[in-house]
Design a binder for this molecule. Structure first.
Ligand SMILES: Nc1ncnc2c1ncn2[C@@H]1O[C@H](COP(=O)(O)OP(=O)(O)OP(=O)(O)O)[C@@H](O)[C@H]1O
Length: 289
């Protein structure tokens, strides 16, 4: 189990993450989402001890990660900028990983590469952006980590490769019970693989829920009134956001209960239907509210 306690990190003129508390259970996949500059990469880099926190600590199975090489051997980190081996041939990077990570499994790497087809004789600089992402994903996964931290692993991938990568990830997590944190702006990807979602904005956690709870808590309703809608309808306190489309209204609410249904009916609502709400909708309305 990964535990993050009161983690804060500031740069000269910016408090990038503020008092972050999080628990990620073994075998679960946590999706970290938030707007540009929210603090996602800083949080991930602080978890793996690339950045030293100003306050707080991170433990894996009860042991502190900071300055702890034996725990770090159990952590796989794929950053959002994979440019540290640019001049290396891929086969030499594989050799380096074998040396650096006790659990690195070259057979597993080659098996995943049957899908991704990265030429091992090439230098990293000769690869496309998508191929660099695939390469570092393969290297990180083949290190067989207990904790896997992935910062935007699907960025730059075409939809076909992206699906293959996510399937390889989910199968591996299922088999090895890896604990995973994954950050991405591709929210539909996260929706398909995560059991837990954390929204972060301006360095702070603003939501930390299972995907099921998020979906139960926030709803999009389509409402059509028999005649005119109440004058103040778009400003009802129950709604986070209301769009008018012709005669019908789409309203986002996080208190979809009997009381609201009765209020709508008393005010002349003829038709009320619950519509599918994506993770992207949820993030946008939570941040904007
Ligand atoms: N090394 C650094 N030095 C100074 N400021 C930094 C540094 N790294 C990040 N920041 C600042 O900290 C804040 C959080 O940045 P971070 O990269 O963690 O955000 P993010 O959520 O990952 O953003 P994005 O989605 O754009 O990748 C930003 O204001 C950023 O400018």
């Amino acid at each position: 189990m990964l535990k993050i306690n009161n983690l804060s990190k500031s740069f000269v003129d910016k408090e990038a993450i503020k008092n972050i508390n999080l628990t990620v259970n073994k075998g679960s996949i946590l999706g970290l989402v938030g707007p540009n500059g929210a603090g996602k990469s800083t949080l991930l880099r602080t978890i793996v001890d690339i950045y030293t926190p100003d306050t707080g600590s991170v433990t894996l199975d009860g042991e502190n990660i900071e300055d702890n090489p034996s725990i770090k051997e159990r952590i796989g980190y794929m950053g959002d900028r994979n440019d540290y081996f640019n001049k290396w041939k891929i086969k030499h990077i594989v050799k380096h990983y074998k040396f650096a990570y006790v659990n690195f499994d070259e057979e597993k790497f080659n098996k995943i590469n049957e899908v991704f087809q990265i030429p091992l004789n090439k230098k990293v600089t000769k690869l496309s952006k998508g191929n660099i992402s695939r390469l570092f994903f393969m290297l990180t996964l083949s290190s067989n980590p207990d904790l896997l931290i992935l910062d935007e692993p699907t960025s730059g991938l075409d939809p076909i490769v992206k699906r293959k990568l996510l399937k390889i990830l989910v199968d591996d997590v299922f088999e090895r019970e890896t604990t995973v944190i994954i950050s991405s702006h591709n929210l539909s990807d996260l929706e398909s693989i995560c059991d837990h979602i954390v929204f972060i904005n301006d360095g702070e956690i603003i939501k930390d829920n299972s995907l099921d709870t998020l979906k139960t808590d926030m709803k999009k309703l389509q409402i059509i009134f028999k005649e005119n809608a109440p004058e103040d309808f778009e400003h009802w306190k129950e709604f986070l956001h209301v769009d008018k489309i012709g005669r019908s209204f789409n309203a986002i609410t996080n208190c979809c209960n009997e009381e609201l249904m009765n209020k709508l009916k008393e005010n002349g609502a003829l038709f009320i239907e619950e519509l599918d709400m994506s993770l992207e909708d949820m993030l946008v309305y939570t941040i904007e509210h």
